[in-house]
Design a protein around this ligand. Structure first.
Ligand code: BG6
Length: 477
């Protein structure tokens, strides 16, 4: 307690002292620290999976707090040194399991768990159509989300703050919120937003996306936004914060009023896969929920979004997702394993996508660099000719996401440009005559373009996984 005021920056500390061998002193600031209450023992860890197998009862430490753990119990103190009492929370059953089963790596297991993630999501959030026909008046909502109506009411703008993979999910989300619900949406790197936020806008919903719920930049950006809005007297600028996370017990959940729990279960591999899918699905549900409430409204001279019929058609297709993922994961696991050896000497890979699949190109590049250490860039396909094309030659594979819809022809012609530079073209596209352009095809079924990221991401994940595993790397770390 005497030392902590002298420390700068973020920390999570666990201190032992030889004079008191049965005791641990723990403290945190802007970094996660959980206390676990076991049977005849107390534990501390930075994350819940570390406590799996020991206990399901946890006490998350708050910023600035200090705790003394002894076999007799826990003494908790606030930053001022005053003793505080707080009730521990119980983790849900799924949070408790961290087991590789028969898979070689957690990452591969988690990729294979995605059909289940999608099935749970469909069961939770897409209520079955009401008997007597969907045309019956008050046939019910298309999407069921555990959010208060105040989250939706009067929202004119949305801003999303996130880092890494979560930011890519947010970019897909922004596309959906704009195209389905007609709400202007901006996505920010949380680490940039903190230091240069845009001018305050009225009636704005701020969404923080972090699967761990503990990413320091995302939490700090949200806290900053909350504080600056609290200083404004006009209620139009009041903070409205929503968190999207896989950890309902996290720091994020304790900071914001509304939470969407993606419920993907523990993700052990460092490369986010099933939690990315979970975040995407959370945004599909949120965009549909907003769109449903705005059907028929007009904004700025144009229609604000889609008709109820169009939304219903999307929901019907979303119900097929678990089966589609099941087939896709099994198929691409084999295809990507066979393809991986071709990347033995590869040093650079370019990922191209446009529209709603541009964030998936970014995600493909991030996955590859994060676990295989191969340099990779994700680019909007139409931008390639403005510079990056200079990098292309026969040694640089180009992965191009081309699905039927608004930009299909455009992406194919961008792929032609790459081919003219002798690049090895890998297409993530439907198996159709247009796809003959690609040297290798990783086929995906044809769905509504708006839903395609949920499928195109699968070959991205499996390609990265198999390239890294083929190189003998520790994929999960
Ligand atoms: C980074 C990870 O440290 O954090 C990325 O390497 C991840 O994979 C990013 O996407 C953000 O994590 P979170 O928990 O905020 O979604």
């Amino acid at each position: 307690q005497a030392v902590l005021p002298r420390l700068h920056g973020a920390y999570a500390l666990a201190v032992v002292w030889a004079e008191l061998p049965g005791a641990l002193v723990v403290a945190r600031k802007a970094a996660p620290l959980l206390i676990g209450l076991g049977e005849g023992e107390f534990l501390c860890a930075s994350d819940t999976p570390a406590l799996a197998g020991f206990t399901r009862t946890i006490l998350p430490l708050e910023d600035g707090e200090v705790a003394l753990l002894t076999p007799l119990g826990i003494e908790l103190y606030d930053a001022g040194g005053t003793r505080v009492q707080r009730t521990p929370t119980l983790l849900s059953g799924t949070e408790h399991v961290a087991d590789k089963r028969s898979f070689r790596h957690f990452m591969l297991k988690e990729i294979h768990e995605q059909p289940e993630t999608a099935a749970l999501w469909v069961a939770r959030h897409l209520p079955e159509p009401v008997a007597g026909g969907a045309e019956a008046p008050h046939a019910g909502s298309l999407v069921a989300l555990p959010l208060d109506e105040s989250v939706y009411a009067g929202v004119e703008r949305i801003q999303i703050l996130a880092c890494g993979t979560s930011r890519h999910a947010a970019q897909v989300g922004a596309y959906l919120l704009e195209q389905l619900a007609g709400i202007s949406t901006s996505v920010f790197y949380a680490s940039e937003f903190r230091y240069a936020p845009p001018p305050l806008s009225a009636h704005t919903l701020t969404i923080g996306v972090t699967q761990s719920g503990e990413t320091a930049d995302t939490l700090a950006a949200l806290a900053m936004e909350q504080e600056r809005r609290q200083l404004v007297a006009d209620p139009a600028y009041a903070p409205r914060l929503l968190g999207i996370t896989n950890r309902p017990e996290s720091s994020l959940a304790r900071m914001v009023d509304h939470i969407l729990d993606i419920g993907a279960g523990i993700e052990v591999g460092v490369a986010a896969t099933k939690t990315f899918l979970g975040q995407l699905l959370a945004f599909y549900a949120l965009a549909l929920a907003f769109a449903e409430r705005r059907v028929g409204q007009r904004q700025g001279g144009g229609s604000s979004g889609r008709s109820r019929e169009e939304l219903k058609a999307l929901v019907a297709q979303l119900r097929q997702l678990p089966q589609q993922l099941e087939a896709l994961v099994a198929d691409h696991d084999q295809r990507c394993a066979a393809l991986a050896h071709r990347f033995e000497g590869t040093q650079d890979v370019i990922f191209l996508g446009r529209g709603i699949n541009f964030p998936i190109a970014l995600e493909g590049a991030l996955k590859l660099k994060e676990i295989s250490y191969i340099h990779a860039e994700g680019y909007p396909a139409g931008e390639m000719k403005h510079g990056p094309i200079a990098l292309l030659d026969a040694k640089v594979p180009v992965v191009s996401i081309a699905v039927p819809g608004t930009v299909f022809d455009k992406v194919l012609s961008n792929a032609q440009e790459a081919k003219a530079r002798d690049a090895q073209l890998i297409g993530v596209a439907p198996d159709c005559p247009d796809a003959e352009l690609f040297d290798t095809l990783l086929p995906v079924p044809v769905v509504d373009e708006l839903l395609s990221p949920l499928l195109t991401v699968i070959p991205m994940q499996l390609l990265s996984y198999h390239i890294a595993a083929h190189r003998g790397l520790d994929v999960d770390q």
